[in-house]
Design a protein around this ligand. Structure first.
Ligand SMILES: Nc1nc2c(ncn2[C@@H]2O[C@H](COP(=O)(O)OP(=O)(O)O)[C@@H](O)[C@H]2O)c(=O)[nH]1
Ligand SMILES: [Mg+2]
Length: 447
Protein backbone atom coordinates (compact mmCIF):
# COMPACT_ATOMS: atom_id res chain seq x y z
CA UNK A 1 0.00 0.00 0.00
CA UNK A 2 1.05 3.55 -0.55
CA UNK A 3 3.54 4.32 2.13
CA UNK A 4 1.04 6.58 3.84
CA UNK A 5 2.88 9.73 2.89
CA UNK A 6 1.53 10.78 -0.47
CA UNK A 7 -2.17 10.69 0.30
CA UNK A 8 -3.69 13.58 2.16
CA UNK A 9 -4.68 12.04 5.49
CA UNK A 10 -8.33 11.45 6.14
CA UNK A 11 -9.41 11.81 9.73
CA UNK A 12 -11.27 9.15 11.62
CA UNK A 13 -12.51 8.33 15.06
CA UNK A 14 -12.65 4.79 16.40
CA UNK A 15 -15.56 3.48 18.45
CA UNK A 16 -16.01 0.17 20.19
CA UNK A 17 -18.28 -1.65 22.59
CA UNK A 18 -16.63 -3.85 25.21
CA UNK A 19 -18.78 -6.89 25.90
CA UNK A 20 -18.64 -8.58 29.34
CA UNK A 21 -16.72 -11.64 28.10
CA UNK A 22 -13.88 -9.54 26.67
CA UNK A 23 -10.93 -8.76 28.94
CA UNK A 24 -9.42 -5.28 29.06
CA UNK A 25 -6.20 -6.56 27.48
CA UNK A 26 -7.98 -8.22 24.56
CA UNK A 27 -10.16 -5.17 24.09
CA UNK A 28 -7.21 -2.77 24.03
CA UNK A 29 -5.23 -5.04 21.69
CA UNK A 30 -8.09 -5.13 19.23
CA UNK A 31 -8.45 -1.33 19.34
CA UNK A 32 -4.72 -0.83 18.82
CA UNK A 33 -4.88 -3.16 15.87
CA UNK A 34 -7.85 -1.34 14.34
CA UNK A 35 -6.02 1.97 14.69
CA UNK A 36 -3.00 0.47 12.90
CA UNK A 37 -5.23 -0.94 10.17
CA UNK A 38 -6.79 2.50 9.80
CA UNK A 39 -3.36 4.05 9.46
CA UNK A 40 -2.58 1.58 6.72
CA UNK A 41 -5.59 2.92 4.84
CA UNK A 42 -4.28 6.46 5.21
CA UNK A 43 -6.50 7.50 8.11
CA UNK A 44 -5.35 9.63 10.97
CA UNK A 45 -7.22 8.45 14.04
CA UNK A 46 -7.88 11.46 16.24
CA UNK A 47 -9.98 9.97 19.02
CA UNK A 48 -11.30 6.69 20.39
CA UNK A 49 -14.70 6.22 22.04
CA UNK A 50 -15.35 3.13 24.12
CA UNK A 51 -18.33 1.84 26.00
CA UNK A 52 -19.08 -1.21 28.18
CA UNK A 53 -22.38 -2.87 27.38
CA UNK A 54 -23.94 -6.29 27.87
CA UNK A 55 -24.72 -6.41 24.14
CA UNK A 56 -24.58 -4.22 21.03
CA UNK A 57 -27.40 -1.71 20.65
CA UNK A 58 -29.70 -3.21 18.03
CA UNK A 59 -30.49 0.16 16.49
CA UNK A 60 -27.08 1.70 16.15
CA UNK A 61 -24.43 -0.51 17.84
CA UNK A 62 -23.58 2.09 20.52
CA UNK A 63 -25.89 3.33 23.23
CA UNK A 64 -27.83 6.58 22.91
CA UNK A 65 -25.58 8.56 25.25
CA UNK A 66 -22.39 7.51 23.49
CA UNK A 67 -23.90 8.33 20.10
CA UNK A 68 -24.72 11.81 21.31
CA UNK A 69 -21.21 12.26 22.66
CA UNK A 70 -19.77 11.26 19.30
CA UNK A 71 -22.19 13.48 17.42
CA UNK A 72 -21.04 16.45 19.49
CA UNK A 73 -17.41 15.58 18.83
CA UNK A 74 -17.92 15.23 15.09
CA UNK A 75 -19.93 18.41 14.87
CA UNK A 76 -17.58 20.24 17.13
CA UNK A 77 -20.16 21.07 19.75
CA UNK A 78 -18.40 21.11 23.06
CA UNK A 79 -20.20 20.60 26.32
CA UNK A 80 -19.96 24.33 26.98
CA UNK A 81 -21.42 25.05 23.58
CA UNK A 82 -18.31 27.02 22.65
CA UNK A 83 -15.96 25.81 19.97
CA UNK A 84 -12.44 27.10 20.22
CA UNK A 85 -11.24 26.11 16.79
CA UNK A 86 -13.23 26.22 13.58
CA UNK A 87 -13.85 22.83 11.96
CA UNK A 88 -11.23 22.10 9.35
CA UNK A 89 -8.36 23.81 11.13
CA UNK A 90 -5.32 21.62 11.83
CA UNK A 91 -6.22 21.28 15.50
CA UNK A 92 -9.79 20.47 14.74
CA UNK A 93 -10.00 18.45 11.56
CA UNK A 94 -13.17 17.43 9.79
CA UNK A 95 -13.95 13.83 10.75
CA UNK A 96 -14.44 11.81 7.57
CA UNK A 97 -15.21 8.43 9.03
CA UNK A 98 -16.14 6.60 12.18
CA UNK A 99 -14.51 3.16 12.39
CA UNK A 100 -16.33 0.56 14.42
CA UNK A 101 -14.35 -2.33 15.89
CA UNK A 102 -16.97 -5.01 15.15
CA UNK A 103 -18.91 -6.22 12.18
CA UNK A 104 -22.27 -4.47 12.29
CA UNK A 105 -25.47 -4.74 10.27
CA UNK A 106 -26.36 -2.28 7.51
CA UNK A 107 -29.23 -0.85 9.54
CA UNK A 108 -26.93 -0.27 12.50
CA UNK A 109 -24.43 1.39 10.19
CA UNK A 110 -27.09 3.51 8.53
CA UNK A 111 -28.64 4.66 11.78
CA UNK A 112 -25.26 5.48 13.26
CA UNK A 113 -24.27 7.34 10.13
CA UNK A 114 -27.46 9.44 10.16
CA UNK A 115 -27.20 10.24 13.82
CA UNK A 116 -23.51 11.06 13.99
CA UNK A 117 -23.20 12.72 10.64
CA UNK A 118 -20.27 10.94 9.03
CA UNK A 119 -19.49 7.78 7.11
CA UNK A 120 -19.34 4.54 9.10
CA UNK A 121 -16.97 1.69 8.29
CA UNK A 122 -16.95 -1.53 10.27
CA UNK A 123 -13.95 -3.72 11.06
CA UNK A 124 -14.64 -6.21 8.28
CA UNK A 125 -14.90 -3.46 5.70
CA UNK A 126 -11.59 -1.96 6.83
CA UNK A 127 -9.86 -5.33 6.48
CA UNK A 128 -11.46 -6.04 3.11
CA UNK A 129 -10.18 -2.72 1.83
CA UNK A 130 -6.65 -3.54 2.98
CA UNK A 131 -6.77 -6.95 1.32
CA UNK A 132 -8.09 -5.35 -1.82
CA UNK A 133 -5.17 -2.93 -1.95
CA UNK A 134 -2.67 -5.68 -1.22
CA UNK A 135 -4.01 -8.21 -3.69
CA UNK A 136 -1.83 -7.97 -6.74
CA UNK A 137 -2.24 -11.36 -8.39
CA UNK A 138 -5.46 -12.25 -10.18
CA UNK A 139 -6.07 -15.11 -7.79
CA UNK A 140 -5.73 -12.87 -4.77
CA UNK A 141 -8.11 -10.34 -6.31
CA UNK A 142 -10.63 -13.07 -6.99
CA UNK A 143 -10.42 -14.24 -3.37
CA UNK A 144 -10.97 -10.72 -2.10
CA UNK A 145 -13.96 -10.35 -4.37
CA UNK A 146 -15.43 -13.57 -3.00
CA UNK A 147 -14.98 -12.31 0.55
CA UNK A 148 -16.57 -9.01 -0.39
CA UNK A 149 -19.55 -10.71 -2.02
CA UNK A 150 -19.93 -12.91 1.05
CA UNK A 151 -20.00 -9.76 3.18
CA UNK A 152 -22.53 -8.06 0.91
CA UNK A 153 -24.98 -10.95 0.43
CA UNK A 154 -26.77 -10.83 3.80
CA UNK A 155 -26.61 -7.03 3.66
CA UNK A 156 -28.56 -6.91 0.43
CA UNK A 157 -31.40 -8.76 2.07
CA UNK A 158 -31.45 -6.34 4.94
CA UNK A 159 -31.05 -3.33 2.67
CA UNK A 160 -34.11 -4.47 0.74
CA UNK A 161 -36.07 -4.74 3.96
CA UNK A 162 -35.02 -1.23 4.86
CA UNK A 163 -36.06 0.01 1.45
CA UNK A 164 -39.61 -1.08 2.22
CA UNK A 165 -42.22 -2.77 0.03
CA UNK A 166 -40.98 -1.33 -3.27
CA UNK A 167 -37.71 -3.17 -2.65
CA UNK A 168 -39.64 -6.38 -2.80
CA UNK A 169 -42.31 -5.41 -5.29
CA UNK A 170 -41.85 -8.42 -7.51
CA UNK A 171 -41.85 -11.01 -4.78
CA UNK A 172 -44.34 -13.63 -5.76
CA UNK A 173 -45.06 -17.21 -4.89
CA UNK A 174 -41.51 -17.92 -3.82
CA UNK A 175 -40.73 -20.17 -6.76
CA UNK A 176 -37.92 -19.56 -9.19
CA UNK A 177 -38.40 -17.43 -12.26
CA UNK A 178 -40.77 -14.56 -12.64
CA UNK A 179 -41.88 -14.40 -9.03
CA UNK A 180 -38.39 -13.75 -7.70
CA UNK A 181 -37.71 -10.58 -5.77
CA UNK A 182 -34.81 -8.30 -6.61
CA UNK A 183 -32.93 -9.54 -3.59
CA UNK A 184 -33.33 -13.18 -4.50
CA UNK A 185 -32.14 -12.34 -7.97
CA UNK A 186 -29.22 -10.41 -6.59
CA UNK A 187 -28.38 -13.20 -4.22
CA UNK A 188 -28.49 -15.71 -7.03
CA UNK A 189 -26.19 -13.47 -9.07
CA UNK A 190 -23.82 -13.33 -6.12
CA UNK A 191 -23.84 -17.12 -5.76
CA UNK A 192 -23.14 -17.53 -9.48
CA UNK A 193 -20.35 -14.99 -9.39
CA UNK A 194 -18.75 -16.70 -6.39
CA UNK A 195 -18.89 -20.07 -8.15
CA UNK A 196 -17.37 -18.52 -11.26
CA UNK A 197 -14.55 -16.91 -9.26
CA UNK A 198 -13.86 -20.17 -7.46
CA UNK A 199 -13.46 -21.97 -10.78
CA UNK A 200 -11.13 -19.24 -11.98
CA UNK A 201 -9.01 -19.62 -8.87
CA UNK A 202 -8.58 -23.34 -9.41
CA UNK A 203 -7.55 -22.71 -13.00
CA UNK A 204 -5.17 -19.93 -12.03
CA UNK A 205 -3.51 -21.99 -9.35
CA UNK A 206 -1.77 -24.32 -11.75
CA UNK A 207 -0.82 -21.50 -14.07
CA UNK A 208 0.55 -19.47 -11.20
CA UNK A 209 2.94 -22.15 -10.03
CA UNK A 210 4.45 -22.40 -13.50
CA UNK A 211 4.74 -18.64 -13.80
CA UNK A 212 6.42 -18.33 -10.48
CA UNK A 213 9.03 -20.95 -11.35
CA UNK A 214 9.68 -19.25 -14.66
CA UNK A 215 9.92 -15.82 -13.14
CA UNK A 216 12.50 -16.94 -10.61
CA UNK A 217 14.55 -18.68 -13.24
CA UNK A 218 14.48 -15.79 -15.62
CA UNK A 219 15.27 -13.01 -13.26
CA UNK A 220 17.25 -14.74 -10.58
CA UNK A 221 16.17 -11.78 -8.49
CA UNK A 222 17.14 -11.67 -4.87
CA UNK A 223 13.98 -10.80 -3.02
CA UNK A 224 12.94 -10.56 0.60
CA UNK A 225 9.38 -10.45 1.90
CA UNK A 226 8.46 -9.05 5.30
CA UNK A 227 5.76 -11.13 6.96
CA UNK A 228 4.15 -11.00 10.38
CA UNK A 229 1.36 -9.46 12.38
CA UNK A 230 0.03 -5.98 11.87
CA UNK A 231 1.87 -3.54 14.10
CA UNK A 232 5.03 -5.69 14.33
CA UNK A 233 6.95 -2.99 12.46
CA UNK A 234 7.07 -4.37 8.91
CA UNK A 235 6.44 -1.08 7.14
CA UNK A 236 8.83 0.75 9.44
CA UNK A 237 11.56 -1.77 8.64
CA UNK A 238 10.71 -1.61 4.97
CA UNK A 239 11.21 2.15 4.99
CA UNK A 240 14.39 1.89 7.03
CA UNK A 241 15.87 -0.76 4.75
CA UNK A 242 14.93 0.79 1.44
CA UNK A 243 14.85 4.49 2.22
CA UNK A 244 11.61 4.53 0.28
CA UNK A 245 10.74 8.02 1.39
CA UNK A 246 13.60 9.15 -0.77
CA UNK A 247 12.49 9.89 -4.26
CA UNK A 248 14.58 7.72 -6.53
CA UNK A 249 14.89 8.45 -10.20
CA UNK A 250 15.67 4.93 -11.18
CA UNK A 251 14.00 2.99 -13.92
CA UNK A 252 13.57 0.01 -11.67
CA UNK A 253 11.30 1.93 -9.33
CA UNK A 254 9.03 3.05 -12.08
CA UNK A 255 7.94 -0.52 -12.60
CA UNK A 256 7.70 -1.46 -8.95
CA UNK A 257 4.71 -0.68 -6.85
CA UNK A 258 5.08 0.95 -3.47
CA UNK A 259 5.20 -2.34 -1.59
CA UNK A 260 8.30 -3.51 -3.46
CA UNK A 261 11.54 -1.54 -3.16
CA UNK A 262 15.22 -2.17 -3.59
CA UNK A 263 17.49 -2.37 -0.59
CA UNK A 264 19.15 0.99 -0.17
CA UNK A 265 22.04 1.68 -0.51
CA UNK A 266 22.04 -0.84 -3.31
CA UNK A 267 23.83 -4.11 -2.84
CA UNK A 268 25.25 -6.86 -5.02
CA UNK A 269 23.18 -8.70 -5.84
CA UNK A 270 20.44 -6.13 -5.88
CA UNK A 271 17.86 -7.16 -3.29
CA UNK A 272 14.17 -6.34 -3.58
CA UNK A 273 12.18 -5.96 -0.38
CA UNK A 274 8.41 -6.36 -0.28
CA UNK A 275 5.91 -5.58 2.45
CA UNK A 276 3.09 -8.10 2.68
CA UNK A 277 -0.41 -7.85 4.06
CA UNK A 278 -0.10 -8.21 7.83
CA UNK A 279 -1.62 -10.96 9.93
CA UNK A 280 -4.60 -9.74 11.93
CA UNK A 281 -5.40 -10.88 15.46
CA UNK A 282 -9.15 -10.79 15.12
CA UNK A 283 -9.56 -11.81 11.52
CA UNK A 284 -13.23 -12.27 10.65
CA UNK A 285 -13.73 -15.89 9.68
CA UNK A 286 -15.00 -15.17 6.18
CA UNK A 287 -11.76 -13.41 5.29
CA UNK A 288 -9.31 -16.21 6.03
CA UNK A 289 -9.07 -17.56 2.47
CA UNK A 290 -8.74 -14.08 1.09
CA UNK A 291 -5.96 -13.31 3.55
CA UNK A 292 -4.01 -16.43 2.65
CA UNK A 293 -4.32 -15.78 -1.03
CA UNK A 294 -3.10 -12.22 -0.64
CA UNK A 295 -0.22 -13.43 1.49
CA UNK A 296 0.77 -16.02 -1.09
CA UNK A 297 2.69 -13.39 -2.96
CA UNK A 298 5.29 -13.81 -0.24
CA UNK A 299 6.05 -17.15 -1.85
CA UNK A 300 7.80 -15.38 -4.68
CA UNK A 301 10.49 -14.26 -2.26
CA UNK A 302 13.75 -16.11 -1.82
CA UNK A 303 13.94 -15.09 1.83
CA UNK A 304 11.25 -14.36 4.39
CA UNK A 305 11.82 -11.99 7.26
CA UNK A 306 9.31 -12.95 9.90
CA UNK A 307 8.88 -9.78 11.96
CA UNK A 308 7.65 -10.24 15.52
CA UNK A 309 6.82 -7.56 18.08
CA UNK A 310 8.94 -8.72 21.02
CA UNK A 311 7.15 -6.26 23.30
CA UNK A 312 3.72 -7.79 22.63
CA UNK A 313 2.78 -10.15 25.49
CA UNK A 314 1.00 -12.42 23.01
CA UNK A 315 3.90 -12.74 20.58
CA UNK A 316 4.49 -16.48 21.08
CA UNK A 317 1.00 -17.42 20.03
CA UNK A 318 1.26 -15.07 17.02
CA UNK A 319 4.55 -16.63 16.05
CA UNK A 320 2.95 -20.07 16.03
CA UNK A 321 -0.01 -18.89 13.96
CA UNK A 322 2.33 -17.28 11.43
CA UNK A 323 4.38 -20.48 11.14
CA UNK A 324 1.26 -22.57 10.65
CA UNK A 325 -0.21 -20.29 8.00
CA UNK A 326 3.09 -20.06 6.12
CA UNK A 327 3.14 -23.83 6.07
CA UNK A 328 -0.44 -23.94 4.83
CA UNK A 329 0.29 -21.70 1.89
CA UNK A 330 3.34 -23.78 0.99
CA UNK A 331 6.05 -21.42 2.20
CA UNK A 332 7.78 -23.87 4.55
CA UNK A 333 10.69 -24.34 2.20
CA UNK A 334 11.37 -20.63 1.75
CA UNK A 335 14.33 -19.76 4.00
CA UNK A 336 13.27 -17.63 6.92
CA UNK A 337 14.87 -15.36 9.47
CA UNK A 338 12.98 -14.47 12.63
CA UNK A 339 13.30 -10.80 13.45
CA UNK A 340 12.25 -9.85 16.97
CA UNK A 341 11.57 -6.14 16.69
CA UNK A 342 10.75 -3.39 19.22
CA UNK A 343 13.26 -4.63 21.79
CA UNK A 344 13.58 -0.97 22.85
CA UNK A 345 9.96 -1.21 23.99
CA UNK A 346 10.62 -4.07 26.44
CA UNK A 347 11.10 -2.58 29.92
CA UNK A 348 14.44 -1.11 31.01
CA UNK A 349 17.86 -2.04 29.65
CA UNK A 350 18.19 -4.97 32.07
CA UNK A 351 14.85 -6.41 31.00
CA UNK A 352 15.82 -5.88 27.38
CA UNK A 353 19.09 -7.77 27.78
CA UNK A 354 17.29 -10.64 29.53
CA UNK A 355 14.61 -10.79 26.88
CA UNK A 356 17.22 -10.77 24.12
CA UNK A 357 19.20 -13.60 25.73
CA UNK A 358 16.07 -15.70 26.19
CA UNK A 359 15.00 -15.17 22.59
CA UNK A 360 18.42 -16.08 21.23
CA UNK A 361 18.37 -19.26 23.27
CA UNK A 362 14.91 -20.27 22.20
CA UNK A 363 15.13 -19.23 18.55
CA UNK A 364 18.65 -19.90 17.31
CA UNK A 365 19.69 -17.69 14.41
CA UNK A 366 17.09 -15.06 15.20
CA UNK A 367 17.71 -11.32 15.10
CA UNK A 368 16.75 -9.15 18.05
CA UNK A 369 16.54 -5.47 17.23
CA UNK A 370 14.73 -2.15 17.19
CA UNK A 371 13.70 -0.53 13.94
CA UNK A 372 14.31 2.76 15.72
CA UNK A 373 18.06 2.13 16.07
CA UNK A 374 19.99 2.83 12.87
CA UNK A 375 22.79 0.45 13.93
CA UNK A 376 20.31 -2.40 14.27
CA UNK A 377 18.84 -1.65 10.86
CA UNK A 378 22.35 -1.64 9.37
CA UNK A 379 22.99 -5.02 11.00
CA UNK A 380 19.77 -6.42 9.53
CA UNK A 381 20.71 -5.09 6.14
CA UNK A 382 24.12 -6.82 6.41
CA UNK A 383 22.46 -10.13 7.31
CA UNK A 384 20.21 -9.88 4.30
CA UNK A 385 23.05 -9.10 1.93
CA UNK A 386 25.14 -11.91 3.45
CA UNK A 387 22.33 -14.34 2.87
CA UNK A 388 22.26 -13.54 -0.81
CA UNK A 389 26.01 -13.45 -1.16
CA UNK A 390 26.32 -17.01 0.15
CA UNK A 391 25.53 -18.39 -3.25
CA UNK A 392 27.56 -15.99 -5.30
CA UNK A 393 30.01 -17.49 -7.73
CA UNK A 394 33.07 -16.02 -9.40
CA UNK A 395 33.11 -15.76 -13.16
CA UNK A 396 34.99 -14.13 -16.01
CA UNK A 397 33.54 -12.26 -18.95
CA UNK A 398 35.09 -10.94 -22.08
CA UNK A 399 33.42 -7.97 -23.78
CA UNK A 400 34.68 -7.08 -27.27
CA UNK A 401 34.98 -3.37 -28.01
CA UNK A 402 31.89 -3.62 -30.17
CA UNK A 403 29.77 -4.59 -27.18
CA UNK A 404 30.85 -2.03 -24.60
CA UNK A 405 27.25 -0.93 -24.15
CA UNK A 406 26.86 -4.04 -21.96
CA UNK A 407 29.39 -2.75 -19.45
CA UNK A 408 26.63 -1.16 -17.42
CA UNK A 409 24.80 -4.49 -17.14
CA UNK A 410 27.87 -6.07 -15.56
CA UNK A 411 28.31 -3.29 -13.03
CA UNK A 412 24.65 -3.24 -12.09
CA UNK A 413 24.30 -6.98 -11.61
CA UNK A 414 27.66 -8.14 -10.32
CA UNK A 415 30.42 -7.17 -8.01
CA UNK A 416 33.38 -6.44 -10.30
CA UNK A 417 36.57 -7.83 -8.78
CA UNK A 418 38.85 -6.66 -11.55
CA UNK A 419 38.99 -5.61 -15.18
CA UNK A 420 41.67 -5.16 -17.80
CA UNK A 421 41.59 -4.38 -21.50
CA UNK A 422 43.60 -5.38 -24.55
CA UNK A 423 43.29 -4.75 -28.29
CA UNK A 424 40.16 -6.88 -28.62
CA UNK A 425 38.14 -5.72 -25.65
CA UNK A 426 37.81 -5.97 -21.87
CA UNK A 427 38.13 -8.87 -19.42
CA UNK A 428 36.05 -8.74 -16.26
CA UNK A 429 36.42 -10.85 -13.15
CA UNK A 430 33.16 -10.74 -11.21
CA UNK A 431 31.15 -12.20 -8.39
CA UNK A 432 27.45 -12.70 -8.95
CA UNK A 433 24.48 -14.98 -8.57
CA UNK A 434 24.66 -18.11 -10.71
CA UNK A 435 21.43 -17.19 -12.53
CA UNK A 436 22.59 -13.64 -13.19
CA UNK A 437 25.99 -14.77 -14.46
CA UNK A 438 24.27 -17.23 -16.77
CA UNK A 439 21.94 -14.50 -18.09
CA UNK A 440 24.81 -12.12 -18.75
CA UNK A 441 26.77 -14.82 -20.54
CA UNK A 442 23.80 -15.42 -22.81
CA UNK A 443 23.46 -11.70 -23.56
CA UNK A 444 27.15 -11.43 -24.38
CA UNK A 445 27.10 -14.45 -26.66
CA UNK A 446 24.34 -12.76 -28.67
CA UNK A 447 26.13 -9.42 -28.76
N1 LIG B 1 9.20 1.28 20.06
C1 LIG B 1 9.23 0.82 18.80
N2 LIG B 1 8.20 1.06 17.98
C2 LIG B 1 8.25 0.59 16.71
C3 LIG B 1 9.37 -0.16 16.24
N3 LIG B 1 9.12 -0.51 14.95
C4 LIG B 1 7.91 0.00 14.65
N4 LIG B 1 7.38 0.67 15.69
C5 LIG B 1 6.08 1.36 15.75
O1 LIG B 1 5.05 0.37 15.73
C6 LIG B 1 3.92 0.82 15.00
C7 LIG B 1 3.58 -0.13 13.87
O2 LIG B 1 4.61 -0.15 12.92
P1 LIG B 1 4.35 -0.53 11.40
O3 LIG B 1 5.67 -0.50 10.73
O4 LIG B 1 3.26 0.29 10.82
O5 LIG B 1 3.86 -2.03 11.58
P2 LIG B 1 3.28 -3.04 10.47
O6 LIG B 1 1.81 -3.09 10.71
O7 LIG B 1 3.94 -4.36 10.76
O8 LIG B 1 3.64 -2.51 9.11
C8 LIG B 1 4.28 2.21 14.49
O9 LIG B 1 3.72 3.14 15.35
C9 LIG B 1 5.80 2.23 14.55
O10 LIG B 1 6.32 3.53 14.74
C10 LIG B 1 10.47 -0.41 17.16
O11 LIG B 1 11.46 -1.06 16.87
N5 LIG B 1 10.33 0.12 18.42
MG1 LIG C 1 2.32 -2.07 7.56
Amino acid sequence: MTIEIKEKPRHAIVASVQLPNVSDIEFEASLTELRELAKTLGYKVVHTFVQKRSSFDTTAYLGVGKREEIRCFVNNEQASGESEEPIGSPDNPVIDTILVDHEISPSQARNLEKEVGCEVMDRTMVILEIFYRNARSRAARAQVEIAHLGYMAPRLREAAKLAGPQGRQRSGTGGRGTGESHTELDRRKIRDRIAELQQEIVAMDAERKIQRARRQERQGLASVALVGYTNAGKSTLMRALTGSEVLVANKLFATLDTTVRALHPESVPRVLVSDTVGFIKNLPHGLVASFKSTLEEALDASLLLHVIDASDPGFERQLEVTDTVLEEIGASDVPRIRVFNKIDHVGDTVAQAECEAALRMQYPGCIVMSARRPDDVAMLRRKIVEFFQQNLIEAEFFLPWSAQQLRGAIYTNCQVLGEHSDNEGTFFRVRGEPGTVENLREQFSRA
